[in-house]
Design a protein around this ligand. Structure first.
Ligand SMILES: [Fe+2]
Length: 303
C-alpha cells in the first residue's frame, strides 16, 4: 500500500474479482463488518465528542489553527482526516483500500470532507431519500463510505439501503424496509452515492455516531481488479428487467469500454434467463442503443 501524502492519494492491491465488481454495479453497496480495531473506534468516538485533544499531522494550505478548531466543532469534522491514527486505521484500512482500488482504479483520492451524523437513540426512521446532488449514470467517479465507530445493531438504527436503487429515481413507502448496514463497532458500509437510503428506526438507547465521506477516482477506468479467467461477459448476471441494461453499462464503463457498449433490447443481452437453451442474442452488437440514464434529467444535470 502506497500513501502519497503530497497528492492525498492512495494505491494498493485490488481485492475484488470480476464477479464482485459486477455485484457492486448491480446491488450498489457492500458491507465490511468490524474491520476497524476497537481502540481506534473508541478514539474516534472520543474525538467526535471532544474528549481528546486534536493532534493534526499538518495544517493544510489556506487554513489556520482557528479554522481547524471551527471545523472540528462543526457537523463536518473533516479535521479527523489530519489525525495520523485515523488515516492509518480507517481511511487506509486495508479492506477499504482493496475495495477502493478495485472500484476506483490506481491512485484514488482520499476524502476531504467528513459528515458527522450524530443521533441520540431511540429515534424514528428517516424518510427514504437519494442524497443531495446525486447523479445517475454509468460512471463511477466516486464512492461513498459510512463508518460506524460503535456497535450498531439494527436496534441502534444503522443506515438502511435499497439494493439496486442507485440507477434511477426510486420511490418507496416509509413503512417498507430495506437492507441494514448493521454490524459491530468498526463496520464500514461502502455504496454508490445515488442509492436510496435512510437512517433506520432505532429502539435502543444510546449515541449513534456515523461518519460519511467519499473516495475519488483519479485514473481512467480499466479492468485492473482481480480478473477471473472464466468470467463470461455474455452469460454474467446483470439483473432483471429495466435493470440489467444499466448494470451492464456501468460494468462496461468500469472496464474502460463504456463508449462501445450497445444493446438491442427485448430478450437480448444483457438480459438473460436461467431457462433459455442458448446464449442471449445481441452480445457484442456494434449497432443499437445506450441506456437513457437520466430520462427527463430528474437529477438536475444536463446531458
Ligand atoms: Fe442521506
Amino acid at each position: 500500500m502506497i500513501h502519497d501524502k503530497a497528492n492525498h492519494t492512495c494505491d494498493g492491491e485490488p481485492s475484488l474479482t470480476d464477479s464482485q465488481v459486477l455485484e457492486f454495479c448491480r446491488e450498489g453497496h457492500l458491507l465490511l463488518k468490524g474491520v476497524v480495531p476497537d481502540e481506534i473506534n473508541r478514539r474516534t468516538r472520543d474525538y467526535l465528542e471532544g474528549k481528546v485533544p486534536a493532534n493534526p499531522s499538518y495544517i493544510p494550505d489556506g487554513l489556520t489553527e482557528a479554522d481547524l478548531e471551527r471545523i472540528r466543532a462543526s457537523h463536518e469534522p473533516s479535521t479527523i482526516f489530519l489525525e495520523d491514527w485515523f488515516v492509518e486505521n480507517v481511511l487506509l484500512n486495508s479492506y477499504v483500500v482493496g475495495v477502493m482500488r478495485s472500484l476506483l482504479g490506481s491512485s484514488f483520492g482520499l476524502p476531504v470532507l467528513a459528515s458527522h451524523h450524530h443521533v441520540q437513540c431511540p429515534m424514528p426512521a428517516q424518510g427514504w431519500h437519494h442524497d443531495a446532488d446525486h447523479v445517475f449514470g454509468p460512471e463511477l467517479n466516486f464512492v461513498e463510505v459510512f463508518y460506524f465507530p460503535q456497535d450498531t445493531p439494527v436496534e441502534l438504527g444503522p443506515t438502511e439501503l435499497v439494493p439496486g436503487s442507485h440507477i434511477m429515481p426510486t420511490k418507496r413507502p416509509n413503512d417498507e424496509g430495506g437492507v441494514f448496514a448493521d454490524g459491530p463497532a468498526g463496520t464500514i458500509g461502502i455504496h454508490h452515492q445515488s442509492i436510496l437510503h435512510r437512517r433506520g428506526l432505532s429502539t435502543a438507547k444510546g449515541t449513534r455516531h456515523m461518519l460519511k465521506y467519499n473516495y475519488w477516482r483519479t485514473a481512467p477506468p480499466q479492468r485492473d481488479w482481480i480478473t477471473e479467467p472464466d468470467f463470461d461477459f455474455q452469460s454474467a448476471y446483470y439483473g432483471g428487467h429495466n435493470q440489467a441494461r444499466y448494470v451492464a453499462h456501468m460494468f462496461y464503463w468500469l472496464c474502460g469500454k463504456g463508449e462501445e457498449y450497445r444493446i438491442i433490447g427485448g430478450q437480448a443481452w444483457p438480459w438473460t434467463s436461467p431457462n433459455q437453451i442458448g446464449p442471449s442474442y445481441g452480445f457484442g452488437s456494434t449497432n443499437g442503443y445506450q441506456p437513457d440514464w437520466r430520462k427527463h434529467n430528474q437529477d438536475g444535470y444536463a446531458v
